[in-house]
Write a protein that binds this ligand. Sequence first.
Ligand code: SAM
Length: 327
Amino acid sequence: MPVLQNPAAGNIVLSEKGENLITMKDWRINSTHEHYLIQPIDLLNEQTICECFAHIGSPYMVAMEEPRSYGEIIGNLLSENALLPFGTAVCEIGGGYGSLMRGLLESYGDRVRHVLMVDLSSSLMKRQCRILKNWEEKISFVKGDAREIIRAFRTIDVIICNEVAGDLETWTGLDPANLPEAVKEKVDRYELSIPSRGEFNFNMGAIDIVEKICKIGAKAFIAEHSSDPIIPEEMAFLARDLVLDGYPREIRLKGHSEYTIRFEHLVKTANCCGRKVRTGSLADLAGLQNKARMRSIFVGRMAGSEEHEILYELLDHIREYRWMLIL
Ligand SMILES: C[S@@+](CC[C@H](N)C(=O)[O-])C[C@H]1O[C@@H](n2cnc3c(N)ncnc32)[C@H](O)[C@@H]1O
């Protein structure tokens, strides 16, 4: 019997007469598109690393060797990789509250010629406008789906996409022996690894955005929860009970779910599109202080003081995060 592949409903099996016999809802597409489009958004339910390190007065700064805002950390990384020369045009996709861009402009504003903020959410875009008021003459805001409008970004030098990849379409409940054609095409083209058996999830939207970034010739910084995290050598204790070579996992949040990202897939996609990539762990990039102290707090699950609780919670969160630069 023929099997029709329907992205929204899964596979539909038809009888020989063409009647719809069974709907096997064996795979689905997760997307947070409607969530961000319709609702007023409160990111405090999500504890993004960007918000933890939004400014140097944040209580999470106790974790850092040298307190720096998240935007400054990203600015330093871009600058060290020669991606932020004077006159750079930067685009941030899904800038949330605008904290990353504020930190970046506070430290490297003189290098940035123009900023384009692209977001699905009107309420978040209003907050970005307010927080970035000091730089309003060089910022434009576009409300829309980055995946649809990215083709128009040809004058952009660097794209920043922080904690957005996991919101894009993830195809879930896939059977490795019976892949939908669109997934098979990506797996074959980029030689992506998939499990030999058992259901798995696939970051179709994140792969698509990497392809589009490569196509317009921009450089990019992408960071997200990963399903194949990198653990810094001197913080090997963070690997406890963590899957280091897994496939996207659901993270249930208020009103929506997002998925962790298999960075190996994004790296291979960018490489096959002719681009070099650098990748690492966010715990390393942030420059966490006193590794021995962190170890005793994490391994001993120490929660004796408010500071210990903050550090334990942060370590447990940040260890899954990975970043990559598309060069
Ligand atoms: C989890 S929040 C991350 C916010 C911020 N980057 C941070 O790290 O705190 C996801 C952000 O991406 C936006 N977003 C999600 N999907 C998008 C899409 N397809 N195009 C543009 N923006 C999107 C949301 O509105 C929101 O601003």
